[in-house]
Design a protein around this ligand. Structure first.
Ligand code: PHE
Length: 462
């Protein structure tokens, strides 16, 4: 028996849930690292252009497809665009499935670092501890990896099990304000550090001679990941929006909040890094390095009030990750509920368990497990975890995003999209004509450029 579909209780509830989906490890883990790697300023500017020119129009497109049909990814595309478009929805569901399977592993690391930092706050930072070694030990410990990712996965299932209002919206309402609060506190503390001036200049002073063409494409690829676009999450969340809410306004708020948080995360991390002599030369090398190797120690040696901020910071990472994993699981679960008529409770457990099988593969990728730790499908990527991340970031999200632009811009009727975007609630700055131009021409051209870059020039977004 199918139960009635849920709805957000209010527009604020929806905006918080969608912002929670957008803000995640992409903001705290990936973005500071790629900004660092691409020398800041000019890269940040290109990222902002991509967010506005590609991310924002696609955000509106996904939300409107969801709301106009009131169905999850597969059903929504079938109904709003045409029966054959269900395939694009399935591509999204598959993408959500894979992304969730390895995202949970990184989220699990935040639990480990939370436990560690609580211990250090209580008992002092151990003399001579090498945080690089600590990281290596934890990722290669299969039992630990499994326990942490199982814990995180159960938390995700626990939220989605209770549905849109009592699960997802309630958690988003509770956690997002806490997340903003912790970030503000950390920003305040970081700006007191002597490296903060240099950090501000690094992020906001563009120097175009330092930006490589690959960096522009990386900025574009990341804008999908960070806004949860290209795989049906926003279609699914959009399907629970009430008719009297402005999709345009909501999209703008989500995009702005996600971007501000990404920039704040950079300022916090870079202020710390620039304040420590020699640190700027040491970081880099890997995405995990900054969040899980450099920072843990710096909290105890450099950051004002670091003993309190350290554990709080890893709570923040865990909360941000959870509000994203719940949206990923919702994409898969709502597909099973809507298309196969299974009840929410059964569907959530079924999907959570199925995803966890693959989480096990990702969790064991850093231990010495044959195939899982050695798999080499893509050049330079070793093991299941890296392979999955590479495939999702470089292939699935960009192709899914391109599909959405074509579906919304070329195959959905003008009347249908205009009716969703333009009504009494639409803000004055919005121009439907401009949106249509971006979704039909600008966004597809930009995404095609990424896909060509990945296919023919070996550019890598993961
Ligand atoms: N936007 C999330 C982040 O930045 C990741 C995500 C992608 C979540 C796609 C849901 C869907 O971490």
């Amino acid at each position: 028996m199918t139960e009635q579909r849920g709805n957000w209780t209010s527009s604020a509830g929806f905006v918080l849930a969608a912002t929670g989906s957008a803000i995640g490890l992409g903001n705290l883990w990936k973005f500071p690292f790629i900004t660092w790697e691409n020398n800041g300023g000019a890269f940040v500017l290109m990222y902002l252009v991509c967010i506005m020119a590609v991310g924002l129009p696609i955000m509106m497109a996904e939300l409107l497809i969801g709301r106009s049909s009131q169905k999850s990814a597969v059903g929504a595309l079938k109904e709003a665009v045409g029966p054959a478009w269900g395939v694009l929805g399935l591509w999204g569901v598959l993408c959500g499935f894979i992304l969730l399977s390895y995202y949970t592993v990184i989220a699990g690391w935040s639990l480990f670092y939370f436990a560690q930092t609580v211990g250090w706050t209580a008992g002092g930072f151990p003399d001579g501890l090498q945080t690089g070694d600590l990281f290596g030990e934890q990722v290669s410990n299969p039992g630990l990896q499994l326990v942490m990712s199982l814990g995180f996965s159960m938390a995700t299932v626990g939220v989605v099990y209770f549905g849109v209002q009592k699960g997802i919206e309630r958690i988003a309402r509770l956690f997002l304000p806490i997340l903003f609060g912790i970030l503000l506190l950390m920003l305040f503390s970081a700006l007191q550090m002597e490296g903060s001036g240099e950090a501000l200049a690094f992020v906001f002073r563009p120097s175009f001679s330092e930006l490589e063409p690959a960096g522009i494409l990386e900025a574009l690829g990341h804008s999908f990941f960070t806004l949860s676009l290209g795989m049906g999450a926003m279609i699914t969340y959009g399907s629970y929006i009430a008719k009297d809410q402005s999709i345009v306004k909501a999209s703008a708020v989500i995009v702005v909040l996600d971007t501000v948080i990404a920039l704040v995360a950079c300022l916090i991390m870079f202020s710390v890094i620039f304040s420590v002599a020699g640190m700027a030369e040491q970081v880099g090398g890997s995405t995990v390095g900054m969040l899980f190797i450099s920072l843990p120690q710096l909290f105890y040696t450099e950051v004002p009030f670091g003993t309190i901020l350290g554990p709080l910071f890893y709570v923040l990472v865990a909360l941000a990750a959870l509000t994203s994993t719940m949206s990923l699981l919702e994409v898969v679960t709502s597909y099973v509920i809507d298309e196969h008529g299974i009840s929410r409770h059964n569907a959530t457990i079924l999907c959570g368990a199925a995803v966890f099988v693959f989480t096990i593969f990702a969790a064991l990728s850093f231990a010495d497990v044959p195939v899982l730790s050695t798999l080499a499908v893509f050049e330079g990527k070793t093991g299941w975890f890296e392979t999955a991340d590479h495939f999702v970031s470089n292939w699935m999200l960009p192709t899914g995003g391109l599909g959405i632009t074509i579906a919304a811009g070329w195959f959905m009727t003008r009347e249908k999209s205009e009716a969703e975007l333009v009504d009494a609630t639409t803000p004055a700055w919005f121009s439907y004509g401009a949106w249509r131009f971006f979704i039909r021409f600008v966004a597809p051209a930009a995404i095609s450029a990424i896909i060509i870059a990945v296919m023919f020039f070996g550019v890598d977004f993961s």
